[in-house]
Design a protein around this ligand. Structure first.
Ligand code: ADP
Length: 219
């Protein structure tokens, strides 16, 4: 599913270059559930942003489902992102004053789905995360755990082959966090590849594989 070969990423800081990812080799197979762990500043988000097709890199290769990402146009990248990848973030990134149904439907609206398909598809994923009965509430009327379920439903709606989750339990208490990881685990069991950045040991222990990163180097 994901193949990174000798990947390097630099950030410009004034006149200097900061070497954020150093000769990273990483292969993640279809259907794996992988935790990425490392100290703050190690390069986890940089790695995830590149894998998620939202950031570029300087040298090396990235193949997503066998397709070389280096050569794709911005338009094609946007399409691949929408079709293949679902994002789940620590702070949920919902539109707070809009309904649960609207938030979950957003990727379909942006992807120009046929109008008549939007509501049934949104309700189907909301059922999967146990929130169909909350569909008309505004996001700001939900608990943190419910918000993260909505974010997961939104990430799932295009049936992505890959879910990228950046500290998905970081803003939640441990019981709620465990429920969110269980939900991501269920999604993984039904075939979706899941990559989770986490500081939380109990989260990384529930993943099939742990990848460690320190100072931009993967071990
Ligand atoms: P993590 O997610 O592990 O906390 P990041 O990937 O966010 O780490 O950052 C890795 C390193 O790259 C850090 O030292 C950070 O300061 C640096 N960095 C991240 N983004 C930028 C940027 N836009 N410009 C300059 N340096 C950056």
């Amino acid at each position: 599913m994901i193949e990174l070969r000798q990947l390097n990423k630099y950030y410009k800081v004034g006149k200097q270059r900061f070497h954020a990812l150093k000769d990273v080799d990483l292969t993640i197979g279809d259907g794996e559930m992988v935790a990425v762990v490392g100290k703050s500043g190690a390069g986890k988000s940089t790695l995830m942003n590149i894998i998620g097709l939202v950031d570029t890199w300087d040298s090396g290769e990235y193949l997503l489902d066998g397709v070389s990402i280096r050569k794709q146009s911005d338009r094609r990248l946007a399409r691949l992102r929408n079709e293949k990848i679902g994002f789940v973030l620590q702070d949920f990134a919902l539109i707070e004053d809009q309904s649960v149904l609207f938030n979950v439907s957003l990727p379909l609206i942006l992807g120009r789905e046929k109008y008549g398909n939007i509501k049934p598809k949104a309700l189907r994923v909301l059922e999967k995360v146990g929130l169909a009965d909350q569909r008309n509430k505004k996001a700001n009327q939900l608990s943190g755990g419910q918000k993260q379920r909505v974010a997961i439903a939104r990430a799932m709606i295009n049936e992505p082959s890959l879910i990228l989750a950046d500290e998905p339990t970081g803003a939640l208490d441990s019981k709620t966090g465990a429920e969110i990881i269980e939900l991501l685990g269920r999604q993984n069991a039904s075939g979706t590849t899941v990559l989770i950045i986490t500081h939380d040991r109990t989260v990384s222990e529930s993943c099939g594989r742990v990848v460690r990163i320190a100072d931009g180097v993967l071990d």
